[in-house]
Design a protein around this ligand. Structure first.
Ligand code: ZN
Length: 245
């Protein structure tokens, strides 16, 4: 769920391994999908189905999937860690995603795919050097695409009802901001515990924001926003009014 742009947060060794997973004992089970040898046939079949479903979800929101990320899926935590994973369920870096044993769901694959899709559409220079896309939008869009139950509107209503502490969007600008916030507000712990009494806060919050924005602006608004960012517009202006009035 944490998006790794360069090598920050993800071990360089693991990253290098994911560039060529077959060299490190992973088996290719379909175009662009690599799994460890101990993954059962049942889980392999489910993964291939979930990847196809995730592609449809990307197409529903973006119109089409222009990115075709390589997917490295681990059935053991030690495999996941050997590729640079940690406490996350899944992560994306460059045009690849790495799935933990709990990360092969259609929700998680769709979430990570949204990161690679947005990055591919913006282009590396706009995403990581020239542009000012905030983490909260990248994550909120991934949440909106994924339909992950732990990030749902229902969870957001619980957060609001209980008046749980939450950050401002302006505190979620960089990847570093994001990584700190998901620890501070309990999202990382909630993912580990899976206890509905301790809901996630930050993911449902940004999901709520971007779901509302998508409902108002639609796919046309999303594509216009991406186009404007590619053309060098600042995020705030493009987000406020993506389409000409
Ligand atoms: Zn994410």
């Amino acid at each position: 769920m944490l998006f790794i742009g360069g090598l920050g947060g993800c071990s360089a060794v693991g990253y290098a391994k994911a560039l060529n997973p077959e060299l490190f004992g992973m088996e290719r089970i379909a175009e662009g999908i690599y799994v460890d040898s101990s993954m059962s046939d049942e889980v392999r079949r489910a993964l291939v189905t979930n990847v196809a479903e995730a592609r449809s979800r990307i197409a529903e929101v973006y119109g089409a999937a222009v990115s075709t990320p390589d997917i490295v899926a681990c059935s053991t935590q030690s495999c996941f860690e050997s590729f640079g994973g940690g406490r996350q369920r899944a992560l994306a870096f460059g045009d690849r995603m790495l799935l933990s044993p709990r990360g092969s769901t259609v929700h998680m694959v769709s979430h990570e795919w949204s990161h690679t899709e947005l990055s591919a559409r913006l282009g590396w220079l706009t995403r990581w050097v020239l542009g000012d896309l905030p983490s909260w939008f990248d994550e909120g869009l991934a949440v909106a695409v994924s339909g992950e139950p732990m990030h749902s509107e229902e969870v957001w209503r619980t957060v609001e009802r209980r008046a749980l502490p939450r950050p401002e969007l302006t505190e979620l600008m960089s990847n570093g901001d994001w990584s700190r916030a998901v620890v501070r507000y309990g999202d990382v712990q909630a993912a580990i515990e899976g206890n509905p009494d301790h809901p996630m806060v930050v993911y449902p919050m940004v999901g709520h924001e971007v779901r509302g924005w998508l409902a108002r602006n639609g796919r046309a608004g999303l594509l216009a926003l991406i186009e404007r960012l590619r053309n060098g517009d600042r995020f705030d202006a493009a987000y406020r009014q993506p389409l000409p009035s």
